[in-house]
Design a protein around this ligand. Structure first.
Ligand code: SF4
Length: 261
């Protein structure tokens, strides 16, 4: 891929902004978020349903953290996104760039061109947040990633079932030099046998891969309301999973507590 070809590539975006990561292994760190449009899953607990279709416009923060968004039209050419990210990259402010969505791997062709350019331009590590169900697309960009937060979707909680894809995806991450952790949303309806299956899936790749159990942020606006698990459920389920995997941490969405984006 020549640089000239790369510079003709476009992305469909929701927004670009600077914020505090509220989930998983990077919790509390400051990131430049690139939120991509489109998702091919329909998780019941989704708090980003506005990303499922690509909007005509996207919003971009002018000053990191000031929420002084300006509106631009989609799709966004690669050099323009480069400019936006470099503008966010004030010296020493950010710990990494977060590729989020939606499902960023639906943009793997774009990312395979964008990431080799943005890494040297910012000198920031790149973190991917993903549904963890597209191993082929992951393989296209894995050399340019530093860490991956892979969702493992439990059917009883999410309404999605992707066991085989998750296993392939996690194996790919583990074989690379990339840091990987697994995030599992739990609710009152979670079936513990699925948690056991998830723990075994992770342990078969490596029992040292950390799992983050994330109690669902309640969502009552859907046909199937999502309710946070009860305290005794969380304790029981963490103990169940720790029979197979060394690190099982329970961390809710802290950015919601902090009233962050
Ligand atoms: S994968 Fe993420 S963005 Fe897509 S439906 Fe599930 S929670 Fe929402």
């Amino acid at each position: 891929m020549t640089s000239k070809t790369a510079l003709t590539s476009n992305a469909r975006l929701i927004e670009v902004f600077s914020a505090i990561q509220g989930e998983g292994l990077n919790v509390g760190t400051r990131q430049i978020f690139i939120r991509f449009a489109l998702c091919d899953l329909r998780c019941r607990f989704c708090d980003s349903a506005h990303t499922w279709v690509a909007p005509a416009n996207c919003q971009v923060e002018k000053t990191p953290g000031l929420r002084d968004f300006e509106i631009h039209s989609n799709p966004v050419p690669l050099p323009i996104l480069m400019e936006w990210v470099e503008r966010q990259n004030l010296p020493g402010l950010h710990d990494s760039i977060s590729l989020t969505g939606g499902e960023p791997l639906l943009h793997s062709t774009f990312l395979a061109q964008f990431l080799p350019e943005i890494r040297p331009a910012t000198d920031l590590p790149v973190y991917l947040e993903t549904g963890g169900h597209r191993p082929e697309q992951l393989a296209m960009i894995l050399p340019y990633l530093d860490s991956v937060g892979m969702d493992l979707k439990l059917p009883t909680t999410s309404g999605e079932s992707r066991w085989q894809e998750h296993a392939q995806f996690l194996q790919l991450c583990y074989k690379s030099v990339c840091e990987v952790f697994v995030k599992i949303i739990i609710s009152q309806n979670t079936d513990p046998t699925e948690l056991e299956r998830a723990a075994l899936l992770v342990a078969q790749v490596s029992p040292s891969i950390p799992i983050f159990l994330q109690p669902a942020t309640p969502l009552e606006s859907t046909n199937t309301p999502v309710l946070a698990p009860a305290p005794h459920q969380v304790l029981t389920w963490q103990a169940l999973m720790k029979r197979f995997v060394k690190q099982v941490r329970v961390v809710p969405q802290t950015h919601k507590m902090l009233n962050q984006l």
